[in-house]
Ligand binder design. Structure first.
Ligand code: PMP
Ligand code: GLN
Length: 377
């Protein structure tokens, strides 16, 4: 009778609520505890004062789309027509939804790597399609393209990737992207590439957007989030780029799903994006936070492969305790005062791998307090 009968409250809300209830330091749900640039806030106020308070164009403010087009060209050498191939979304979540809704039909199969961000599976299932999960193996959590090929059937319609990967922090190499491109092109699949952490890649690791490989780009939706990039997840601003063939379909969904997105924020972000420094500084900012967090944990029983991208670090705690990750995350929140995400809750197989995910997009002071607590474990 109902389409998503089993969907529980997300682990992100659960852990954030538990953290609030116990006044714990919240390193669970992914958001910064510091403010974004006050200049951007001023631009939003100015846009409101200038009268941009009614509906935006359905696909988004054209000037904003032009700025995004220039940014994507600058970063990935990819050309998207702002008129026909870019749509502003209510966060990446709505972009992911519209992309899936525009192509998925009953009986389709969608390849998803596990662990996975929590919104993919329910949306796939909402359209009567089925997730075919592929496990990423610890400690490196890298995709096995041979395994992908083995799982393809005549029903496979789409592959979803998340690059850089939440929660694992892996970034796909050029060889990965080329293998993916071969599979997608040869089997005429669609790719949905969730790139919300594209501006947070560390240690000079090169980042290859799906839009940077021309043959792959022809079959790809790329979803992005300004909430992650500009430190304002509550503003729920994002976008999708895709070739016209796909974007035409996407917009049919977007029009009746949202019609349009917050107008003054689009105006403000269009101006803000004129200055590439607004996003080019993110790797240095977050790499320093990652390093501070990991350095503070040296000498504890936690072990980690430093995250290559995203603002999450997964820690292997198996040298400390044999508790399951859910019990441990709850105990750490309630008794010690640091909240994290138990990785099994993001795993499509529910695997107990012995990892907790910590968000390090926090003030140095917050990270310092959290690390001191974790040292006592
Ligand atoms: N994809 C991933 C991998 C995420 O971590 C998130 C959470 N920010 C989203 C999509 C959703 O992004 P938004 O908040 O812009 O909707
Ligand atoms: N993307 C965030 C995370 O991974 C959560 C966003 C949400 O709560 N939906 O923590």
């Amino acid at each position: 009778m109902f389409k998503l009968p089993e969907k529980p409250e997300s682990i992100f809300s659960q852990m954030s609520n538990l953290a609030a209830q116990h006044q714990a330091i919240n390193l669970s749900q992914g958001f910064p505890d510091f403010e974004g640039d006050p200049y951007l806030t001023e631009l939003v106020i100015k846009a409101m004062q200038d009268g941009y308070n009614q509906y935006a164009p359905m696909a988004g403010d054209l000037g904003f789309r032009e700025r995004i087009s220039a940014m994507v060209d600058r970063l990935y050498g990819a050309q998207y027509d702002p008129n026909a191939e870019i749509t502003i979304s209510n966060g990446a979540t709505q972009a992911l939804f519209c992309a899936m809704a525009s192509v998925l039909e009953k009986g389709d199969e969608v390849i998803v790597f596990s662990p996975a961000y929590d919104s993919y599976k329910p949306v796939v299932e909402l359209f009567g399609a089925k997730v075919v999960a592929i496990p990423l193996k610890p400690p490196h959590f890298r995709p096995d393209w041979g395994a992908v090929t083995n799982l393809l059937t005549t029903k496979t319609k789409m592959i979803i990737i998340n690059n850089p990967h939440n929660p694992c922090g892996t970034v796909l190499s050029l060889e990965d992207m080329q293998a993916l491109e071969r599979i997608v092109v040869e089997h005429k699949l669609w790719l949905l590439s969730d790139e919300v952490y594209a501006h947070m890649v560390f240690d000079e690791v090169p980042f290859y957007s799906a839009s940077s490989l021309p043959e792959l780009a022809k079959r790809s939706f790329v979803a992005a989030s300004f909430g992650k990039t500009f430190h304002n997840t509550g503003w729920k601003m994002g976008y999708c780029v895709a070739p016209k063939l796909l974007m035409d379909e996407y917009r049919k969904v977007h029009e009746f799903n949202a019609y349009c997105v917050n107008h003054p924020m689009q105006k403000a972000m269009a101006t803000y994006l004129e200055e590439p420094e607004t996003y080019l500084g993110l790797p240095a900012l977050f790499q320093a936070k990652r390093d501070r967090f990991l350095k503070g944990l040296q000498g504890t029983g936690f072990t980690a492969t430093p995250t290559q991208g995203t603002y999450f670090q997964v820690l292997d705690y198996t040298a400390i305790t044999d508790e399951n990750d859910i019990d441990l995350a709850i105990r750490l929140t309630k008794e010690l005062g640091v909240a994290s995400i138990p990785m099994s809750r993001l795993d499509l197989f529910g695997r107990q791998l012995g990892y907790l995910r910590f968000c390090f997009a926090k003030k140095d002071e917050t990270l310092g307090k959290a690390v001191a607590i974790l040292n006592a474990l």
